[in-house]
Design a protein around this ligand. Structure first.
Ligand code: CAO
Length: 570
């Protein structure tokens, strides 16, 4: 037996996370990768996995604590050698540790494969497994396109699959040059980091040692074996796959079976089978998981179950979920074909999630929009003076970086705009950083990449980053990390047109600035009309967090700064 520290591993880009659930107690026996804590960052709920099998001997944290990468969470006693092979000891205590039946299944599957898993490499005789790489913080992705077939020759980095996460569509590149010899997945399957999607015969021979026999020995194993390393597993990341997946690998992906999704719901003691993503959605909608009948394997609750439950609540006018809007009747759809030709198209995941997010914000946030105009005649002259230099630097100098800088100044001056509301706990969360999201229109839908620490960056840096992120957005290369952590959002329709609009707050932020198209207008200077370039601004805000006077102060300051950039020096 030896004692081992339990520390917070790499957080996939999040600066800090809050503990929203402590899933174990001192004295509990756990298997490697069992979830110990449920952690919530700005964008995702993830589980902190046990670094090894053993017994929890100390817990230094509690629900509500905020943690950073490397923080000490507690101690555990591991069997000599630690790691995944300690599963046997942990299994003896399963009943008392409250593991779910699905976990039992996973544990026995794990144990059946552990011995052979240890020390094996991923390739065999020139064949290499193709794994889902790091997902930039996303818990799972859906396959929206399979771009290759068995027999296809591919180059390293060639796109194999098109994957869609909560926020972005990305391509999964080939890990090497070679020929596809097996594909275990199909469109619509759900994948997690480390999942095997197929095999590749690597050109010029394999890499690494053979894993011969792995598959035969592990027949019957339904899930992957845990990684035997004791540290460094990213939070919420699924254990790395080895060759254990011998039974119809795509089935578990298709059915959404996650590696370690089930955890007991500690508050009531009743077991609820649901993964972190489903728990997060349930929390967002205020849905009580205990009331929801799961339709997945072993009664596991799926996202669809939560959605159906919420819909039923709304339709029946029953008790309002915290998501709001109870009793709102659905808009009936007539048979449009009676009026002319129609065709139906599935929404992309980004479109679905945007629709949900907008609806949620619309229903939850009491919106008010404050309008203002900024005289940007001098700013425009300044911008044009710098366009040539921008071209030399390879940066397009648009109005956007100036808007960001002005907003960062206003957010620092009026910090009540840089908050989120925690209504459940009746708290205001003040943020001491200044990250700004930029709404980018892409053929695939609306995405909002985030530029960090805008208050500390130069206009050139902001222009460069905005251009890079907008490019990544349009090329579907954004990661979850690129889209996390905004305090405030800017949506600029100025390059397109329009005189004003009422943007919807990107909650849990509390304000969003819309910019419309600047145009020349007569401006009365006290003696005569002057032609001035006026930029229409529309600030929508959450009236629970911000009052009208503050909104007018905010837009007035924005107008002053954009009218005279010297204001930034004050
Ligand atoms: N008034 C007048 N001209 C403007 C302007 C404004 N408010 N804003 C931008 N322009 C000009 C730019 O300066 C540029 O002109 P030049 O070519 O002379 O330099 C031109 O319009 C095109 O700009 P752009 O759109 O390429 O770049 P941008 O930095 O202004 O905007 C981005 C970048 C990513 C915000 C934008 O491309 C975009 O996607 N906008 C749509 C956002 C959206 O859909 N919002 C709605 C969300 S809610 O549904």
């Amino acid at each position: 037996m030896s004692e081992q520290e339990i520390r917070v591993p790499e957080l996939g880009g999040a600066e800090s996370v809050e503990i929203v659930g402590v899933l174990v107690s001192v004295g509990d026996s756990v298997n490697a990768e069992d979830p110990l804590l449920e952690l919530e960052s700005d964008k995702a709920t993830v589980e902190l996995p046990a670094p090894a099998a053993g017994k929890i001997t100390r817990l230094d944290v509690k629900e509500g604590d905020s943690l950073k990468e490397g923080d000490l969470v507690g101690m555990m006693e591991t069997a000599e050698g630690g790691g995944a092979s300690d599963g046997e000891e942990a299994q003896g205590d399963e009943a008392s540790s409250g593991t779910s039946p699905a976990q039992d299944e996973e544990q026995s599957a794990d144990q059946g494969s552990e011995e052979t898993a240890a020390g094996e490499a991923e390739t065999s005789g020139g064949e290499q497994e193709i794994h889902v790489p790091e997902l930039g913080g996303a818990e799972s992705v859906e396959i929206v396109g399979v771009l290759v077939s068995v027999g296809d020759s591919v180059n390293a980095e060639d796109p194999l699959l098109e994957l869609e996460s909560d926020k972005a569509t990305v391509e999964m590149p080939s890990p090497a040059t070679g020929k596809i010899t097996r594909l275990d997945v199909k469109e619509g399957d759900t994948l997690k980091e480390g999942d095997v999607v197929g095999m590749l015969e690597v050109a010029g021979g394999g890499s690494g040692a053979a894993a011969s026999g792995g598959q035969e020995q592990k027949a019957g194993s339904k899930e992957q074996a845990p990684e035997s390393e004791q540290q460094g597993t990213p939070v919420g990341a699924s254990p790395a796959r080895d060759n254990t997946k011998s039974e119809a690998p795509s089935q578990s992906a298709a059915s959404g079976t996650a590696a370690k999704p089930e955890t007991p719901d500690t508050p009531s003691g009743k077991l609820v089978h649901a993964g972190p993503a489903v728990r997060r959605i349930a929390r967002e909608f205020g849905a009580d998981l205990q009331q929801i009948q799961g339709s997945g394997p072993k009664g596991r609750i799926l996202k669809e179950d939560v959605q159906t439950w919420v819909r039923n609540q709304l339709q029946s006018g029953g008790s309002a979920p915290a998501g709001g809007g109870a009793g709102i009747p659905e808009v009936p759809l007539p048979d449009f074909s009676q009026f002319g030709d129609v065709e139906r198209q599935s929404m992309t995941k980004i479109q679905r999630l945007t629709a949900q997010g907008m609806h949620r914000s619309w229903l939850n946030v009491p919106h008010v929009t404050q309008f203002e105009k900024a005289d940007i005649t001098d700013l425009e002259a300044f911008r044009k003076d710098h366009k040539a230099e921008g071209e030399k630097r390879g940066v397009k100098m648009t109005l956007l970086p100036f808007l960001m800088k002005a907003c960062a100044h206003a957010l620092t001056t009026y910090p009540q705009f840089n908050v989120s509301l925690d209504m459940a706990n009746e708290q205001i969360i003040q943020k001491h950083y200044c990250h700004i999201g930029i709404a980018v229109d892409t053929p695939n839908g609306l995405v909002v990449p985030v530029i960090r620490d805008v208050d500390q960056k130069s206009i050139w840096q902001l222009a460069e980053e905005a251009q890079e992120l907008a490019g990544k957005a349009r090329d579907k290369k954004l990661t979850n990390n690129d889209m996390s952590g905004a305090c405030f959002t800017i949506t600029s329709l100025g390059g397109i047109g329009g005189t004003a609009f009422t943007p919807i707050v990107n909650s849990p932020e509390v304000a969003i600035l819309g910019a419309s198209k600047a145009s020349m207008e007569p401006f009365w200077d006290g003696a005569q009309f002057q032609p001035r370039l006026m930029l229409p601004l529309s600030l929508s805000y959450d009236h629970r967090a911000i009052n009208g006077a503050d909104a007018a102060r905010f837009t007035t300051l924005l107008s002053r700064v954009l009218g005279d950039l010297r204001e930034l020096l004050m």
